[in-house]
Design a binder for this molecule. Structure first.
Ligand code: ADP
Length: 575
């Protein structure tokens, strides 16, 4: 209260919390400290759940994945200087994966800029490569507008990371409660309509939709490819309708998996090389023709394939120079395509030579893979434990768990073995192939999808990046089972050619090695969660049974033969 006139005063911390709540934010991730501790406590006081992490890197990965899973920007709160720098991992992750997120960092007192203040950094400059929109609240009256603008930009057009800078002096300034309400109301009204206008996407023309449909209709070997942009757009029903009405085989990218179930008879996943190598028209929805799709170039793709790209981002489409680009939201564009097809339906049917060729290849490859999976190999290779995990996941049924996956062989083999039956139930290393995202993603998924179990299947090196966050799992009692494929290092084992091991440090462990058979399960025990170590099928099955039904934090430390798998997984040519 102001002693002079009796009006209720609120400070910048409270105004940030109020503005976030008014914008619909109900979850935040972060690490508190100077000058943002009160932002977090006030946020909790206005009804926002604040998930406190050990490291901003993991909290940032969580915020980015939360944005993807919910369609609402994920919020990361960090301290100034080093906190902001650690948070850049999460912000860059949002940028490269095109997920909506806002990083909010405290910064040093504006009067002391340039004097070497505590944790001083030009944070607006630091975030520039990864932020779609950055704003500093230079006074308390800027706070509501800055909050709403950052949130609106993160989620509009092509989603991405945005940044809000809160100097410590601004957090301590005060306004009356009535003034605060006025500022919020005015900013709320102005911001959403302005940002919407600025980022408006043109509607795709009906002429282009009919060109797309006639290309698909005339194609001899059409293919539908979809990615995490289609998942973000919640295009699953429209995609399934398109696939089933036309009988065109489909290929999901890793995180597109589950939009149409992996077990669908038109899934070309197990015949990927054939599908992309021989298709003549490819409708690519919410997936970039980047390294994950071999740039859409020969030799993986045929020389004269016609690409029809559907993406919210016009520049992305123009960069690829496709046969046709349809700029717009994946769900909306697919609905227009479905509508156009309905007027003059066509369907390839099971006996179409292209559908038959793909389905034969799928059957051959699946039965070869099943042959590898059927054997119980001990000490464990990658296949045996993945088969056991797959069977337990299938047993769980619906709602399917969110599967978090990272690592080299663990992720590569896991992608082929573990089924994805429901949309947005897979989170993995993504566009940058980032390792260390696992624990943050687990926490985001548990918070975003409270009806689902979260199962992480990750290598020991991926786990190690953020292993201390198992304490966060226990503190919030999140239903997360982390299965660590422990082969004792990055790629596992010492794979060096003995002739390379020379010099004064030749007796050091290999740069790829960790302590063999590290007791990662004890780390979980240390915080009161449940840890298991398993070395054979019976032990793994029992640990999965128990932990999946307990739906409590658990780590299952699966000891793998350090020489199983390949160095760099399927990326050997780049290492
Ligand atoms: P993947 O890794 O699954 O191949 P990418 O991240 O490469 O997917 O591509 C996702 C694409 O989806 C991005 O180019 C992004 O602009 C686009 N995108 C994001 N949201 C939407 C949406 N609502 N509708 C259509 N495309 C979208």
């Amino acid at each position: 209260q102001n002693p002079e006139n009796g009006t209720v005063q609120i400070d910048g911390n409270t105004l940030v919390a109020m503005s976030l709540a008014r914008a619909g934010v109900d979850k935040m991730f972060g690490v508190v400290g100077i000058p943002v501790t009160s932002v977090a406590t006030r946020a909790v006081a206005v009804g926002i759940r604040f998930i406190a992490f050990h490291n901003e890197q993991s909290a940032g990965y969580a915020a980015s994945a939360y944005g993807y899973l919910t369609g609402k920007p994920g919020i990361l709160l960090t301290v100034s200087g080093p906190g902001c720098v650690h948070g850049l991992a999460g912000l860059s992750n949002a940028a490269v994966n095109t997920w909506p997120m806002v990083m909010i960092s405290g910064s040093c007192d504006q009067r002391d800029v340039g004097k070497g203040d505590f944790q001083e950094l030009d944070q607006i400059a630091a975030v520039k490569p990864f932020s779609k929109f950055s704003v500093k609240a230079a006074s308390i009256s800027d706070i509501p507008k800055s909050v709403f603008d950052a949130l609106a930009h993160a989620g509009s057009g092509r989603p991405g990371g945005c940044y809000l800078d809160l100097p410590s002096d601004v957090l301590h300034q005060k306004v009356s409660a009535a003034e605060a309400e006025d500022l919020i109301a005015k900013a709320l009204e102005e911001s959403s309509s302005r940002v919407q206008k600025e980022t408006e996407i043109e509607t795709v023309s009906s002429k282009d939709v009919s060109i797309a449909v006639s290309a698909l209709r005339q194609a001899q070997r059409p293919l539908i490819v979809f990615g995490k942009g289609a998942a973000y757009a919640r295009a699953e029903d429209s995609l399934r309708k398109l696939v089933e009405s036309t009988g065109i085989p489909f290929l999901p990218t890793p995180m597109g998996k589950g939009l149409v179930p992996d077990t669908h008879e038109l899934a070309a996943t197990a015949a990927r090389s054939l599908a992309i190598g021989q298709c003549d028209v490819a409708l690519v929805v919410g997936a970039r023709l980047n390294w994950l799709l071999h740039f859409g170039e020969p030799p993986k793709w045929s020389n004269d394939v016609k690409f029809i790209l559907v993406d919210v981002d016009k520049e992305e489409i123009e960069r690829r120079k496709p046969y046709l680009g349809l700029v717009g939201d994946a769900k909306k564009v697919l609905d227009l395509i479905n509508k156009e097809i309905k007027d003059d339906p066509f369907c390839l049917g099971k006996n179409h030579p292209w559908v038959e060729a793909i389905s034969k290849k799928v059957k051959d490859n699946v039965s070869r893979m099943e042959g590898q999976l059927a054997k119980d190999v001990v000490p464990f290779n990658f296949f045996t434990p993945l088969r056991i995990i797959r069977d337990k996941i299938i047993e769980l049924g619906s709602p399917a768990p969110v599967l978090v996956s990272e690592g080299a062989n663990t992720m590569d083999v896991g992608r082929a073995v573990l089924p994805q039956m429901e949309p947005r139930t897979r989170l993995d290393a993504g566009t940058w192939g980032t390792m260390g995202v696992g624990l943050g993603y687990c926490i985001a998924a548990a918070v975003a999808c409270p009806d689902r179990l979260v199962v992480a299947v990750e290598g020991d090196s991926g786990f190690g990046f953020s292993a201390m966050e198992v304490e966060t799992l226990v503190r919030y009692q999140l239903p997360v089972v982390v299965i660590v494929f422990n082969n004792g290092g990055v790629y596992g084992g010492d794979r060096r050619n003995p002739e390379e091991i020379t010099g004064p440090y030749k007796d050091d462990p290999a740069p790829t090695s960790f302590v063999p058979e590290a007791k990662y399960h004890v780390l979980m025990d240390a915080f009161g969660g449940k840890g298991y170590v398993v070395r054979d099928p019976a032990e793994l099955k029992s640990a999965l049974d128990e932990s999946f039904s307990a739906t409590k934090p658990a780590v299952i430390n699966v000891i793998i033969d350090p020489y199983a798998g390949a160095e760099s997984g399927r990326m050997q040519h780049k290492n």
